[in-house]
Write a protein that binds this ligand. Structure first.
Ligand SMILES: [Mg+2]
Length: 244
């Protein structure tokens, strides 16, 4: 890769910089420090900005959260993250959403579940946990490790919720973000606000397959480095640290 014009390294968090929902370890902090000496850095996450900032142990970096519905800028003096965008979209009719979820459950055999069928987030995002909101953690992990079960019904879920971008999320659920929000939209908006051409950006993310939350960036004009295991991160960034 010709890094001459690269100014910004944007990256996913879970599965890219850390194990799912685990803290940032010393090796990855060091890798970020090295990148940060040469480039601006940005995390583009699926979770909330505050949650991400805690997970990375208050590492000094700007953070896009909730697929672009939130954006936080790191304040170097206060050593805090300052939320500069926090969009909430009123969810559509909840009953209608519940009915659509019930129809998917009946059609594809997911009528047995614990707790609720749909989780409504304050942002307007939705989670459809196939095993229910109160499912056992071990059962969730064992449910669909290769994502085949969810990819099989991905088109049906996306078709039932045309006002949302649908992602194969967590271990047993679908995450839905109201359109136009997804990581591509968020990154493009960030670039427009900073006057930064897409070609000056490299994105790094692990979830670039069908329904993955990085897929929208992977399929776009942004430069993209794929990563399949977060422990590979220091190797994956080598081309960005090579001398020009
Ligand atoms: Mg990821």
């Amino acid at each position: 890769m010709n890094t001459k014009n690269i100014q910004l390294i944007a990256m996913d968090l879970d599965g890219t910089l850390t194990q799912h929902k685990q803290p940032l370890d010393a090796a990855h902090k060091e890798a970020l420090d090295r990148l940060g000496r040469r480039y601006s850095l940005l995390i583009a996450g699926a979770g909330q900005v505050g949650r991400i900032f805690s997970q990375i142990g208050h590492y000094p970096i700007d953070i896009i959260g909730n697929y672009g519905m939130q954006y936080g800028e790191y304040d170097r003096d206060a050593k805090e993250i300052r939320l500069v965008r926090d969009i909430r979209v009123a969810a559509d009719d909840r009953e209608q959403i519940e009915r659509k979820a019930a129809l998917i459950r009946e059609t594809y055999g997911y009528t047995v579940y614990s707790g609720g069928s749909v989780e409504f987030h304050p942002s307007g995002c939705l989670t459809l946990p196939l095993l229910g909101t109160a499912a056992d953690a071990a059962e969730k992990l064992a449910f669909d490790p290769d994502r085949k079960k969810r990819r099989k019904i991905y088109d049906a879920v996306a078709g039932a919720f045309p006002d949302y971008h649908v992602f194969v999320g967590g271990s047993s659920s679908f995450d839905l973000a109201p359109k136009p929000y997804d990581k591509y939209y968020a990154l493009d908006l960030y670039c427009r606000e900073k006057g930064l051409p897409h070609e000056n950006v490299v994105y790094i993310g692990d979830d670039y397959g069908l329904g993955g939350n990085d897929e929208s960036v992977y399929r776009s004009d942004f430069n993209y480095l794929t990563i399949d295991h977060y422990q590979d991160f220091p190797q994956v960034i080598q081309p960005l640290l090579a001398s020009v």
